[in-house]
Design a protein around this ligand. Structure first.
Ligand SMILES: Cc1cc2nc3c(=O)[nH]c(=O)nc-3n(C[C@H](O)[C@H](O)[C@H](O)COP(=O)(O)OP(=O)(O)OC[C@H]3O[C@@H](n4cnc5c(N)ncnc54)[C@H](O)[C@@H]3O)c2cc1C
Length: 411
């Protein structure tokens, strides 16, 4: 190959959390990056996000964490409460205990603030060129690399590179470039989200049951609701999960909230009222992809984030997994830039068991949090016997995960 720079170029489709993090991770390792985002004015819609230490540790290494600190909140604890009685079921200490235990902070923040921090770092990095309003349509693979075609301003542009990173989300159209990669499937559940000002009168009746410096999860048969502060504490993010039918593709679909109101109609009165009076809920159909499906093709395409393994949010780990993917992918290619097939095989070897375990944990949380009757009673009895320290220790494998250690352990 005559042009050594071109031979290392990474082409990324999608400028969400996965794509932006991948751009930073590759640039940090000296790869030039061309990033294409379909939206003309991209911004993270949705609402809040929990970012656990396994993700913030990586964001620190990529120079993003310091930009998050002024806008994020480091909650003191995760508290599980019974939605019918508002009584506390369990408490996992976070705050300084999390940073000490897992070596990085546990943060909650608005998605737009994470997007803003990642995009600001991308804009500062001369190795990354980001083009918005640019949809990557297709790619052709040849012995010298790949040529991707991109629709920009109603024209088709071609870009060459060594590797195509498909970070195009749960409804990925580029997944078709990986042999055997399946469509995502609707999980039968719908997420409902809204954000309130911290002084909204709908919150006050919950009193101490909705602490301002904690993540509170209200457990109810077949539904749950999570509340936590965002925007440096100025707002409260609410996300509820219920059963439902798919409202279609998108982050911000407006559905009739009747099923949500019904799901919490028999919760404690202040919580039922909050759900009714919280204003406009947007809905999000929860789709998932079998984590055993292939993620890469040795010709030169690899899936990251939701495009690879969208998962239900019961473990609050989808974005964290996207961040882990991005960091590991850049590292394996840096370790073996002349062995693309070997690097991609190592990426899957490191990431697949981890993602499978996270997906299993999310399924377990779904079972436990939406339990009813005797199963809920047993759950509550078990949790009541566990100390906060013991509950935190159960999460060491998840939040203590260190990408660099995983890379060292899997040559
Ligand atoms: C209700 C809910 C709560 C959640 N809570 C948490 C949480 O607390 N913690 C956590 O870690 N995770 C959470 N998640 C998961 C997290 O939101 C996702 O895993 C994460 O946003 C996935 O990021 P992504 O970059 O892979 O995909 P996306 O954010 O979907 O980004 C894909 C991007 O690709 C672009 N694109 C699509 N096609 C093309 C193309 N052909 N060319 C160019 N660009 C293209 C899109 O415009 C988009 O910008 C939650 C999810 C839900 C639904």
């Amino acid at each position: 190959m005559s042009n050594p720079t071109r031979s290392r170029q990474i082409v990324i489709a999608g400028g969400g959390i996965a794509g932006l993090t991948a751009a930073l991770a590759f640039a940090q390792r000296g790869f030039p990056v061309q990033l294409f985002e379909r939206a003309a004015n991209p911004q993270e819609a949705g609402a809040g996000l929990q970012l656990s230490p396994n993700a913030t540790r990586i964001l620190q290494r990529l120079g993003v964490l310091d930009l998050l600190r002024p806008v994020a909140v480091a909650p003191e604890a995760v508290v599980l409460r019974n939605a019918s009685t508002l009584g506390e079921v369990a408490r996992v200490p976070l705050g300084e205990a999390a940073a000490a235990r897992w070596g990085a902070p546990y943060l909650v923040l608005h998605r737009a603030d994470l997007y803003g921090a990642l995009a600001a770092r991308v804009a500062q990095d001369p190795a990354i060129t980001m083009t918005t309003g640019a949809a990557l349509r297709d790619a052709a693979f040849h012995p010298m690399g790949l040529t991707a075609s991109i629709d920009v301003d109603s024209r088709v542009r071609e870009v060459s590179g060594l590797l195509l990173v498909a970070a195009d989300g749960v409804w990925s159209s580029l997944r078709r470039l990986v042999d055997g990669a399946p469509e995502s499937r609707f999980s039968g559940r719908v997420a409902w989200r809204t954000t309130l000002r911290a002084d909204d009168p709908a919150i006050a009746p919950l009193g101490a049951a909705l602490g301002r410096d904690v993540v509170t999860t209200f457990l109810h048969p077949r539904a749950h609701l999570v509340a936590y502060p965002v925007r440096a504490g100025a707002a409260i993010n609410l996300v509820a999960i219920t059963g439902g039918v798919s409202p279609g593709e998108g982050w911000s679909t407006r559905l009739d909230p009747a099923p949500l109101h019904a799901a919490f109609g028999d919760a404690a009165a202040p919580l039922a009222r909050l759900v009714r009076d919280a204003g406009t809920w947007t809905s999000w159909p929860l789709h998932a992809i079998d984590p055993g499906a292939p993620w890469s093709d040795k010709a030169g395409v690899v899936l990251v984030g939701d495009a690879a393994h969208a998962m239900t949010p019961f473990a609050a780990q989808g974005a964290a997994a996207a961040i882990e993917d991005a960091y590991v992918l850049a590292a394996v290619l840096d370790d073996a830039p002349n062995d693309l097939a070997g690097a991609l095989a190592r990426y899957e070897k490191i990431r697949r068991p981890r993602v499978r375990r996270v997906v299993r944990r999310a399924a377990f949380n779904a079972f436990a949090w939406h339990a009813s009757g005797p199963v809920a009673a047993v759950r509550n009895a078990i949790l009541a016997r566990r100390s906060g320290e013991r509950l935190a220790a159960d999460l060491d494998w998840l939040y203590g995960w260190d990408a660099d250690a995983a890379l060292r352990a899997t040559p």
